[in-house]
Design a binder for this molecule. Structure first.
Ligand SMILES: NC(=O)c1ccc[n+]([C@@H]2O[C@H](COP(=O)([O-])OP(=O)(O)OC[C@H]3O[C@@H](n4cnc5c(N)ncnc54)[C@H](O)[C@@H]3O)[C@@H](O)[C@H]2O)c1
Length: 257
């Protein structure tokens, strides 16, 4: 095999969830810049259309879809709509996620639990499975990149133990899917952001506590949202063809494993 610096994503189709979020919009842009045709998905159709309109290349090459990932029927329909619009599916970048921070674990409600479990963990299984079916039907394998969090290993900071548990589940699930789908040439990996400058980081946390986090990050700052996109492109690319079941720590050294 001759060495080619390209990502090998030219003409490939990548479905990106959470595509109008802080990180997801950069993941969509990076995959489009690498040559992929992007199917961008989020809750709000207008927001996801705006992201698609700004993608590198021709905005019309890409597709904007809205779906609520809490809804299992909507997940199945989403994958069918994506394949109907583009004819194939090669990459899933599953970025969507939610956090419900509480000051005290006594304040966690069943609704908090259900929301985080459904969006962060349950959707990862049902969406990943539906995408793997579509990839298998395409006959050329594929790559799934799920989003976990430093919380999968740390247990979470700032009242986010439930969120952390769902993200731990994402790692276990990704490893199980990696083993199962390997026979079909489908790789499954995780990106684990540390602390990313974003509304998700700041929501519900006092400024002093946030400053305290920075002191523990060897690189001395939070990630910029776009700094997560390269990890996704790498794991989806031809440079990662022997990587599956891995969790890539993108935490500025906050955690090292
Ligand atoms: N921001 C951070 O510091 C940080 C740290 C660690 C991990 N992460 C993870 O990175 C990913 C992206 O985070 P972000 O900072 O971009 O957050 P964000 O809130 O900006 O983006 C998340 C996106 O998911 C979408 N979403 C939420 N519920 C949905 C549902 N039911 N159906 C469809 N879409 C839904 C939201 O609309 C939003 O656009 C998440 O999985 C998050 O858990 C973020």
């Amino acid at each position: 095999m001759s060495w080619d610096l390209g990502a090998g994503l030219d003409g490939r189709v990548a479905l990106v969830t959470g595509a109008s979020g802080a990180i997801g919009r950069h993941v969509a842009a990076a995959l489009a810049a690498a040559g992929a045709r992007v199917v961008a998905v989020d809750l709000d159709e207008a927001a996801v259309r705006a992201v698609v309109a700004g993608l590198p290349g021709n905005g019309e090459r890409h597709v904007a879809l809205s779906a609520d990932l809490r809804d299992l029927d909507a997940i199945e329909q989403l994958v069918q709509r994506a394949v109907a619009a583009t004819g194939r599916l090669d990459v899933l970048a599953h970025v969507a996620g939610v956090i419900k921070r509480v000051a005290d674990l006594d304040d966690v409600t069943p609704a908090d639990w259900e929301l985080q479990e459904q969006v962060n963990l349950r959707a990862t299984f049902f969406l990943g499975r539906a995408c793997a079916r579509a990839m298998r039907a395409g006959g050329e394998g594929g790559a799934i990149v799920n989003f976990t969090s430093q919380g999968w290993q740390s247990g979470g900071f700032g009242g986010s133990a439930v969120y952390a548990a769902t993200k731990g589940g994402v790692v276990s699930l990704s490893r199980g899917m990696a083993r199962t789908f390997a026979a079909d040439g489908i790789r499954v990996n995780c990106v684990a952001p540390g602390m990313v400058e974003s509304p998700m980081l700041r929501n519900g946390l006092p400024a002093a506590q946030i400053d305290g986090f920075v002191d523990q990050i060897p690189l001395g700052r939070f990630a910029r949202p776009e700094e997560l996109a390269g990890a996704v492109v790498f794991l989806a690319s031809q440079h990662a063809t022997y990587i599956t079941g891995a969790t890539l720590d993108v935490s500025g050294g906050l955690l090292m494993y």
